[in-house]
Design a protein around this ligand. Structure first.
Ligand SMILES: C[S@@+](CC[C@H](N)C(=O)[O-])C[C@H]1O[C@@H](n2cnc3c(N)ncnc32)[C@H](O)[C@@H]1O
Length: 209
């Protein structure tokens, strides 16, 4: 449930889990997540803000020439991302920051990226609104999120286990990412579902006017 943890508790949970995160992700990455990340991030350009960057799994996929800023609420996760950036030989400007309250000026970035994190935000629509605020007009908001499956049996299973799943790492796995994107007022350029309707790849822009 969204109200089960405070932000501080979520940050602490990810600090505690940081050293195991990449191992836990290994199978989904091999099954296709890696391909989705790579395809989405190939569209990043210019000044890039990555929201809730975690252990930096996306860093290897950014095109050369991107100038990357990354934020997260977990210093433990960012510690691993820092090491990856250093191993890759890329410079990343890391900040401890809340996705729902970004301290950047409006229209600061050409591309804003968020992968697999809207499930853990207490107010995902607010976070998406912040992404739109800091993204330049006509810039890209690149999202890879997971949510409630559109296969009846699987969606019902996710509903049934949602509370116990959310207790582990704050991940609410039966949200509807595309509804949240529309509620935040983003202009959807393309949206695609995969993996039994669980994963959503969305390319969007900030609202105009
Ligand atoms: C499931 S991990 C995803 C990490 C990474 N984006 C990826 O694709 O592997 C969720 C991340 O969101 C971060 N997070 C949760 N709530 C946040 C918030 N309000 N602001 C910033 N980061 C947050 C957690 O610390 C964690 O690193």
């Amino acid at each position: 449930m969204t109200g089960r943890h405070t932000k501080q508790e979520i940050g602490q949970k990810y600090n505690d889990f940081a050293s195991k995160y990449d191992l836990a992700e290994a199978i989904p990455e091999l099954l296709g997540l890696r391909r989705l990340r790579k395809s989405l991030l190939s569209q990043a350009e210019g000044n890039v803000l990555e929201i809730a960057a975690g252990t930096g799994r996306n860093l290897q996929y950014y095109p050369t020439g991107c100038n990357i800023t990354a934020i997260d609420l977990s210093e433990g996760m960012m510690g691993i991302a820092r090491k990856k950036a250093s191993d890759l030989g890329i410079t990343v400007d890391f900040h401890y920051m809340d996705a729902e309250d970004l301290s950047f000026e409006q229209d600061s970035f050409d591309t804003v990226v968020d992968t697999l994190s809207a499930c853990t935000f207490l107010d995902p629509v607010k976070a998406l609104g912040e992404m739109a605020r800091v993204c330049k007009p006509g810039g890209k908001i690149l999202l890879l999120e997971h949510g409630r499956s559109n296969r009846g049996w699987l969606g019902r299973f996710q509903d049934w286990r949602a509370d116990s799943h959310a207790r582990q790492l704050g991940c609410v796995w039966n949200r509807e990412p595309q509804d949240m994107v529309l509620e935040a007022g983003l202009l959807v350029i393309s949206a695609r579902r995969s993996f039994l309707g669980i994963f959503h790849t969305v390319v969007a822009s900030p609202p105009t006017g």
